[in-house]
Write a protein that binds this ligand. Sequence first.
Ligand code: HAM
Length: 416
Amino acid sequence: MIVKPKGTYDLYGVDEKIYSYITNIVDDYMINYNYDKIRTPIFEDSELFHRGVGETSDIVTKETYDFQDRSGRSVTLRPEGTAGVVRSFIENKMYGNRSDAIKLYYNGTMYRYERPQAGRFRELTQIGIEAFNSDSVMIDAEVISIGYNILRELGLEAVVKLNTLGDTESRLNYKKALVEYLKPHIDSLCEDCRNRLEKNPLRILDCKVDADSEVLKNVPKIQDYLNDESKKRFTDLKNALMGMGVEFVVDPKIVRGLDYYDHDVWEYELVDGSLALGAGGRYNGLVESLGGPSVPAVGFAFGVDRLIALVKNKVKDQTLEKNIDVFIMSVNEEENIYALKISQELRLNNISCEINSANLSFKGQFKQADKLGAKQLIILNSEDLAKGLVNVKDNQTKEEKKVDESEIVDYISGII
Ligand code: HAM
């Protein structure tokens, strides 16, 4: 038997319904917030992720699916959505002469060669949003609140863990202070931390191995190294979020694993502090570093796979139940032909229905109709059909009525 690749899963049944339920809610939200959908390729030129996500990030150094195509081009399965959207934004000159915010969202599979475990997959699905062309904290607050509100709508009590990495000047000063502080203690930290000291010292702050060490508990805090402008920006953002009623906690350990962020970064976590449900931040330098003009941007992405399991416990059974309008019952060839004809008319008139396509017994069809939540039954029999009539039975009240076959669409439309 050929089995699915490690770290992937098939989405069907209830889980697929939950996935569609989540994406429908997001699609509705995005209309309210005036975001347009974008689809970009699943594979891109490898260089995009090396330059975009960052040479020192775990994602690029350890987790990308890189391969050469048959012409020897180096391509990579996208590990995340932001770099591809930025590439498309630049290539299609979406910035044009616009001075308004350009707001995009996406939904698709990403690929990371991670060690599969609960909530961590090699093929993962993200729903992400990216807002370009505005440096105002209004857009940061809007973007953060979208994720927060969607999680609430899904019944999940999530909190925003918020931090700032400041602007380039603040970050450089902080990195310097951090390296000076860590250097004398570095031998007591794990191998990953030792490797990160020179290349990406900020990542040491969110190390899971050394999280409880005294060394990391006493590290200098970025808040003490922010210049006035970065400080003001962070205060304005916190005030805006408070005004909107978005619950957040400032967590200096949130530094993010991708290299492109500056200013605010955040993660959505369940109140019990388990896996991150989503994460994002501002990335004002990325568009320019990928060859575009200097355009500020901010965004986040949810891990949909993680949401599915959680939402499954929350949604009412009703949301997942099948609820077709009509089940058409037939037992012989003549009735089957009528069943097909009537089903065609109903479906083309936007009435959902099912027929006896698996040749079930009369009793079996009643059971099947109940399983599908059919509101009405059309019970065909040759005698009535010869007179141009069909039997319609209300599956709740059990009342029956003979209806002229030529009027069946109007009759059903009137009662469902
Ligand atoms: P990220 O933190 O790498 O950020 O991923 C965002 C979310 O995707 C995570 O919070 C998590 O829920 C989910 N996720 C990541 N890896 C896995 C995995 N292996 N299995 C299941 N879920 C996973 C980004 O990808 C950025 N592009 C977000 C962003 C958008 N920043 C600005 N704009």
